[in-house]
Write a protein that binds this ligand. Structure first.
Ligand SMILES: [Zn+2]
Length: 479
């Protein structure tokens, strides 16, 4: 029965007469409107290959109906007819996936000179969106106030960009560190800082490599008292220790867990990074030590964030050169990236590559053990920039051995679950926000199709990826 009623039944949502729950075309601000190619109260994407974010096998010839800001129906084209008056977009030959959820998606880029962490509040929101990333957690901030303001500006439709989950300034221990971090003086200081920023509106914190167990414990307790969460890029504290302290999430997978290093002493980050890399490269992923870590993490329902794209930078000879990245970078940064990547040497990088392969195996083992794995780009440096590094992550998750549908689930539903709002984003399901990405080609057969973003829907508005990309050319590294 090819009727609207059938769609309603399929979706479990009653699509009333146009008007009820249907948003009129939005009066968009010109600075947003210039990137929007689809703005209609009802949109039907027809004949798509659908990877819905749940991990279920891809389905061919599907229809996705968007009403206002929400997905209202999903079903096979044979029985799912677009509602009368809908704007119909025939997407034969395209794959539709949920908007990507970047769990480690900074709003800064570190320039090569001096290691400064420079806020990218102009280019990054559009670049994330252009690449299909519709939600980010900033996971270490160099300017939390500005992140809060950008978040609000995006929500109010003043600028285009993803939903931003704002993180407080880094929680770092004493010692020389990057300039944007406050060195904690002890547990009271950690507690004070967390309480202050939670009151200002940030909802996550990220602890960093030199923090002590006592400071981390104080930070976690203060955060939980405020109803917010803590993740970490660890080194001084091992994963099992952090889990015992009550941490909510762990960043970077294997290559930030120093607990397997024989020279590790409590509260100290080993300084011999080369030796630590050798430890990771030689680690027995099936062995008792790793099994115990993964059992601890999963038993406490702690999420882990895969950041393979930034980890791959330690092995420049295997990083594919991406002309889109070079075009987005300011000229000096593009030159630095080209020099870095062309200076790669496979022989010299053998240990780094072995460590990267172990990091992939570690993530597979974590998921096999029932762990909740998300992903993020860490667009901090070199060729790891907003959005494009998220796309590279997908290819690396496939290389790690995940099926296409599993990798997309890691980058969508699992991220939403870690952030605590999987009820409203993360899968292509009636009732959820219409955040989805249209890719040219068949993603399940060609991993590189993740780069072929045509249109990105955010809350039902379709943004043109090419226009967004055009607008950030030469800006990354600058602003
Ligand atoms: Zn980071």
């Amino acid at each position: 029965m090819r009727t609207l009623f059938r769609i309603s039944v399929l979706s479990g949502v009653i699509l009333g007469a146009a008007g009820s729950g249907v948003r009129a075309q939005l009066p968009l601000k010109p600075q947003v409107a210039k990137y929007v190619t689809v703005n209609a109260s009802v949109v039907a994407l027809t004949h798509v290959r659908l990877v819905d974010g749940t991990g279920a096998p891809a389905r061919d010839d599907q229809v996705v109906v968007i009403t206002g800001s929400k997905i209202t129906a999903v079903g096979p084209a044979a029985i799912t007819v677009p509602p009368a008056g809908a704007t119909v977009v025939d997407l034969s030959g395209h794959t539709v996936i949920p908007g990507l959820i970047g769990l480690h998606d900074h709003m800064y880029y570190g320039s090569q000179a001096g290691g400064s962490m420079k806020a990218m509040f102009d280019s990054y929101p559009r670049l994330f969106l252009a690449a299909g990333v519709t939600t980010i957690r900033t996971t270490g901030s160099v300017d939390s106030y500005q992140e809060l303001n950008i978040r609000r500006n995006i929500l109010e439709g003043l600028i285009p960009g993803p939903e931003i989950v704002v993180t407080g300034p880094y929680l770092q221990g004493p010692g020389p560190g990057p300039g944007a971090m406050h060195p904690l003086t002890g547990p009271e200081d950690a507690s004070r800082m967390v309480s202050y920023w939670a009151d200002e509106g940030v909802t996550w914190f990220k602890a960093y490599t030199q923090i002590s167990r006592a400071e981390l414990k104080a930070a976690i307790d203060a955060a939980h008292r405020k109803g917010v969460k803590v993740t970490a890029h660890l080194c001084s504290v091992g994963y099992r220790e952090a889990v015992a302290l009550g941490i909510d999430n762990l960043e970077h997978g294997l290559l930030a867990n120093a607990e397997y290093f024989p020279g590790k002493t409590p509260d100290n980050c080993p300084t011999d990074y080369a030796a630590m890399t050798r430890t990771w490269a030689e680690l027995d992923i099936g062995g008792a030590a790793v099994r115990q870590t993964l059992a601890d993490i999963t038993a406490h329902k702690v999420g882990m964030t895969s950041t393979l794209a930034v980890m791959e930078l330690s092995s420049p000879s295997r990083v594919p050169s991406d002309p889109r990245v070079l075009e987005a970078l300011m000229p000096d940064a593009a030159k630095a990236v080209q020099a870095y990547l062309s200076g790669g040497n496979a022989e010299r990088e053998a240990v780094d590559v072995a460590a990267l392969k172990k990091a992939m195996a570690y993530e597979r083992a974590f998921v096999a053990a029932g762990g909740l794995l998300g992903a993020g780009s860490d667009p901090c440096c070199l060729s790891a920039i907003a959005g494009f590094a998220d796309q590279r992550n997908y290819e690396l998750l496939i290389e790690a051995g995940f099926r296409s549908e599993e990798a997309i689930r890691i980058m969508t539903l699992n991220g939403a679950t870690i952030l605590g709002f999987a009820d409203r984003v993360g899968t292509i399901t009636p009732g959820k926000a219409a955040d989805l990405v249209v890719l040219r080609g068949d993603l399940t057969r060609d991993p590189a199709a993740i780069r072929n973003v045509v249109t990105v829907f955010r809350l039902g508005l379709g943004y043109d990826s090419a226009r967004l990309l055009q607008s950030v050319k030469g800006l990354v590294g600058l602003r």
